[in-house]
Design a protein around this ligand. Structure first.
Ligand code: MBD
Ligand code: FE
Length: 309
């Protein structure tokens, strides 16, 4: 069939009717968004000459993706979560909000309610024989003043690239903690070096990426939410330097400001001092929060988050 079978005016009229634009009832914002998306979709179908089979293949794909709870994975894989970050970055820049630690995507694997402790925590349950990782730093405001009582909510994968809760073989809240900074704004934790995540074999996400000629791997990383009253919530990650996928992240989350130096400590005295009997890794990373501001869109995102049983 030839493309462009339907006039743009006809498409506009159909979308307006389907989105209820002619009535006063319903939610105006939903109507506005649905109308626009319908117009764009019908124009795409018409201009790309999308066949009935192609269309229904797409619907079957999305139906299965929903059943398997994969939209949270498809969104970053199709760069949309990073795109939302870029928009927020630009809105902040225009509002004159600068100087904070770079944000990057939350991803789909956060769960709420991790154990809370003061100043320090151990994240791993001791069952994963990965390289021991000590990470520490300070949370400060943009003037350099330490922020005490900030919450560092940290989560990461194990040496298989899997996250507790989503991986039923791990204990509840393994590699997930909330740490309250001390009087000097400091936090510190012991954990294990994570491995990069890979989209599940046979998943809808993997099928889509394959069809694009892409892979579904992320470099090793550690996620953070940093919160403090009076400051903007920061959602970010650090990436582990040297990872093969450092600049080839399927989720587009890597930012050059978020790749700290990883010290590999092999000196006997330091190993002893750390209470260990083998070499370990150390990362120092400070977070800078900007002040809460009315001029910029909020950084608090209301997303559905599971909680461990
Ligand atoms: C992850 O661990 C992640 O951080 C993202 C963004 C997507 C999939 C898995
Ligand atoms: Fe992750």
């Amino acid at each position: 069939m030839p493309e462009n079978l339907i006039g743009k005016d006809v498409i506009a009229a159909l979308a307006a009717r389907a989105a209820g634009l002619h009535g006063a009832d319903g939610n105006p914002r939903v109507k506005q968004v649905v109308n626009r998306l319908l117009v764009d979709l019908m124009v795409a179908i018409d201009e790309l000459d999308i066949s009935m089979d192609e269309f229904w293949t797409g619907i079957a794909y999305l139906t299965q993706a929903g059943k398997q709870n994969e939209f949270g994975l498809i969104v970053p894989g199709l760069v949309l979560e990073h795109f939302l970050d870029l928009r927020l970055d630009e809105a902040e820049r225009r509002a004159g909000l600068t100087g904070g630690t770079a944000r990057t995507i939350e991803g789909p694997l956060y769960i709420a309610g991790a154990p809370l402790s003061k100043r320090e925590a151990r994240l791993d349950d001791g069952t994963d024989d990965g390289e021991v990782l000590f990470m520490e730093g300070q949370v400060r405001d943009i003037l350099g003043k330490p922020i005490s009582g900030a919450i560092v909510d940290v989560w990461h994968a194990n040496t298989m690239g899997n996250y507790s809760h989503f991986d039923p073989t791990q204990t509840a809240y393994n590699l997930r903690r909330r740490i309250e900074t001390d009087e000097d704004g400091r936090y510190r934790f012991r954990s294990i070096m994570p491995s990069g995540y890979a989209c599940p074999r046979g998943s809808q996400t993997e099928k889509l990426l394959k069809a694009m000629g892409r892979h579904g791997n992320r470099p090793a990383h550690v996620h953070f939410f940093i919160t403090s009253p009076g400051h903007r919530k920061l959602t970010t990650q650090i990436n582990i330097d040297g990872d093969k996928y450092l600049y080839d992240d399927f989720a587009f989350g890597t930012r050059s400001e978020l790749i700290p130096v990883v010290e590999h400590v092999a000196e006997a005295r330091q190993i002893n001092q750390a209470g260990l009997n083998k070499p370990f890794a150390r990362i120092r990373f400070d977070f800078t929060l900007t002040k809460r501001a009315v001029a910029a869109p909020t950084t608090v995102v209301n997303r559905e988050h599971a909680e461990a049983a």
